[in-house]
Design a binder for this molecule. Structure first.
Ligand code: SF4
Length: 447
């Protein structure tokens, strides 16, 4: 029978030391009861607590840390669909290079340096996947070590040779990389190598029963930094199998399948195949790759995937927001107009970007609308003429501006009258509905 938070709290030290990341033992107990924490996160749990809670308190999917400091977290998911609650740890993305390619090091460095800035966040790749297509085990391990040294990124060392993987594990010691992949014969050797050098180990088998058998064996030997590798399947079957595995772990408490999973997208042979590769990679970010390795490094391929990942792995209950405030765009002065929008990040960056593109200097007033878009916040009563007027008055703009021109978003023309009432002395204009029309609006209405 599942224990309640209060029952679990009685088994904890009750010192509220916060080392588990929760403010109190009770808060941690509630997380354990909801299977959103692992008892191992409390360093002071007694043997009795470990015995009683043990596996029962374990989250349905294990969380693993990659990288030298184990900061790149994967797994730990609790729902099948993002809209049920949220996905927890975003898919770690890896650019794949081959050890047969003399330009592998340069491609890995380019992948490491690539940054896509979107809605105020820097989006980057997380790993380099080095495939063993040509080199002997020693040379493969040496190449892996060189790439890690040059990029400081964790690697996915991928080889069909257990010897090459064991040697790569040593060359990559302390980098928090992934060895891919162990089968029934190589499991014991590679689990020992991964454990000794601080890596995660991907395991692979022809079917789910085989995979479950491998994870059970590894767990029994005391090593659980495991990742499920379903690469033996075709694209459609792989989606199906990954979904079945996730459902088994989350809904049926199948411990043996409660691990993150890894997927590899093959290099395209033609332009048509490139579209297929993109479709596969996109699908795998949504369902349910914890780690995704895709071919090479081409910004045109990775930019849409980084954007998709950002969209899927933001918490739908917490819209991405910018700090409320009055932002200068360009070099505004006392005669510059004041545009108003909400603090939903996407809206803010669209409007500020378009003001910049139009070559305007303006103030951008952003009241707190709880991160909602213009129409949503207006419908929720968070963005009204009165609230806009109050915000402008509180920020003291009237005292600093000579020409008091306020531009409201075009979609909420109905709040103009109320804003005018609250802002005597201001000229209140209704801007365009689409930001793309901002430049022509500025030319015709702002002189
Ligand atoms: S680490 Fe353990 S003792 Fe400390 S607050 Fe968390 S549960 Fe309580």
């Amino acid at each position: 029978m599942a224990l309640t938070g209060l029952q679990i709290q009685k088994l904890l030290p009750k010192t509220n030391c916060k080392e588990c990341g929760s403010n109190t033992c009770l808060a941690f107990a509630m997380k354990l009861a909801a299977k959103k924490a692992d008892l191992a996160e409390c360093p002071y749990a007694s043997d009795e607590a470990r015995t009683v809670l043990g596996a029962a308190s374990r989250p349905p999917m294990r969380t693993l840390g990659l990288g030298p400091q184990k900061k790149c977290l994967i797994g730990g998911e609790t729902v099948m669909f993002r809209h049920e609650k949220t996905f927890v740890h975003q898919t770690a993305l890896a650019a794949t290079v081959s050890d047969a390619d003399p330009g592998a090091l340069a491609a890995a460095a380019a992948a490491r340096d690539y940054v896509l800035v979107r809605v105020g966040e820097e989006l980057r790749l997380d790993l380099i996947c080095l495939t063993n297509d040509a080199l002997a085990p020693d040379a493969f391990a040496e190449a892996a070590g060189k790439i890690h040294k040059a990029t400081r990124l964790p690697l996915i060392a991928r080889s069909a040779s257990p010897l090459a993987l064991a040697k790569a594990a040593e060359a990559l010691a302390g980098s928090g990389s992934i060895l891919a992949s162990a089968g029934p014969e190589s499991l014991d050797t590679l689990a020992a190598a991964a454990k000794r050098h601080g890596h995660a180990l991907a395991v692979t088998a022809p079917d789910l029963d085989g995979l479950a058998e491998l994870t059970k064996r590894a767990a029994a030997s005391g090593f659980e930094d495991l990742i499920l590798d379903f690469t033996a399947y075709g694209a459609a079957e792989r989606f199906q199998t990954m979904t079945i595995a996730r459902r088994a772990a989350l809904k049926n408490e199948c411990r043996e399948l409660g691990y993150p999973c890894i997927a590899f997208v093959a290099a395209p042979a033609s332009d048509a195949d490139a579209a297929v590769a993109m479709a596969q990679a996109s699908g795998l970010i949504c369902k349910y790759a914890s780690v995704l390795a895709a071919p090479g490094f081409d910004p045109a391929f990775w930019a849409p995937l980084l954007t998709l990942r950002q969209n899927i792995y933001t918490d739908p209950q917490k819209p991405i927001q910018v700090e409320p405030g009055v932002y200068p765009i360009g070099e505004p002065g006392p005669c510059s107009p004041v545009f108003v929008t909400t603090n939903f990040s996407l809206t803010y960056f669209l409007v500020s970007g378009e003001i910049e593109n139009a070559g305007l200097s303006a103030w951008l007033a952003v009241p707190d609308c709880e991160g909602m878009s213009v129409l949503t916040s207006w419908a929720a009563g968070k963005f009204s003429g009165a609230s806009v007027a109050k915000f402008i008055a509180e920020r003291g703009l009237a005292a600093t501006l000579e020409k008091k021109v306020l531009v409201l978003p075009g979609y909420v023309a109905q709040i103009k009258g109320e804003a005018e009432e609250g802002l005597p002395g201001w000229t209140v204009l209704v801007g365009p509905q689409e930001v793309a029309d901002l430049e022509s609006f500025a030319k015709t209405r702002l002189g």
